[in-house]
Ligand binder design. Sequence first.
Ligand code: KG4
Ligand code: ZN
Length: 362
Amino acid sequence: MKILGIETSCDETSASVVEKKATREEVTVYSNIISSSVELHAATGGIIPERAAREQIKYLIPVIVDALWKHKYPNKKEDYLIKYKIAPEILKKDIDAIAITVGPGLIGSLLVGVETAKTLAYVFNKPLIPVNHLLAHLYANFIRNTKYEIQNTISFPAIGLIVSGGHTDLLIFKNETGFKWLGGTRDDAAGEALDKIGRLLNLSYPAGAEIEKRASQVVDSRFSFKSPLLHTEDFDFSFSGLKTEVLREVRKLEKMDERTRNEICFATQKAIINVLVAKTLRAAQKFNVRAILLGGGVVANQTLRDEFELRAKRLVLNPHIFSPEKKYSTDNAAMIGAAACFHSKTENWRNIEANPELYFSA
Ligand code: KG4
Ligand code: ZN
């Protein structure tokens, strides 16, 4: 089944064509086009929802046209007018269903994607599959990894950790589709904490990738920040205190030089990674799982990946750690298509609505 996935929950506008063969677990990505308005938001230090949605209105159709075109003609460059003419034919003939992010996210941004997807489903008479953006971050792990010819098959039960700009959640999967929510952040998400601390340090938005880069410039730090809720028995997280702790240290400084900035990044990253890894591995042990699936923008962080690998090896049950290729860790439509391959229940387009507060139900 070939699916056109569409993602517009935050500042990205993305469309992708993916396919999962009935006999195989893995999802093949034929195209994954992403247009981001992040540079606009970097200038304002955060996302202005209204501006994000306005950009998405401009770019969504060109992005969909490109995704359809590239899936059919991966190596053929063509004039835009030709692409616009051919794309509807490709959608009509080659695509079996459309998958759309219905939440959670910014209401204006979600509406742009959902209403466009509903229109396409109606006009082209295609089934429409509503997708939860958070879950989709974990299904990015089913995308065939081009780096390895044969990807390790994901075994169950498995723990899923979602760490994005807006969410931090732990889930237990008994199989590919059945899951239960174990816990999540009580306040800020891990990515949100990184972005807010980045702002304290005058880094541009979003700050996660730069914090990683700066942290790698030093091997130690004179700062040491607490890993919140590290020792509690639950599977909850809390990151707003960390931001306050960093702010307190920043206020004490006489001057902020590059070395100090890098050391704060190092200590911040360490505190966040420490609790993410510890709690996920504790859940893995408690439920005796065979795999851990990581997902969300923060999972693009290599130190986080390395730390998971290292500490999982020390466990007797030695669960296999899966993380998506980095381009599928941050927001993209291929993961929306991938999630729809597994949760392929279609809905009449009339019943599909954007839901900014969507969370977990299974
Ligand atoms: O999943 P995502 O692309 O968007 C949401 O659904 O929120 O995640 C964005 C978050 C941002 O907070 C960003 O700072 C963080 O992912 N991020 C990183 C890295 N790349 C992006 N955090 C740490 N290290 C990175 N390399
Ligand atoms: Zn996301």
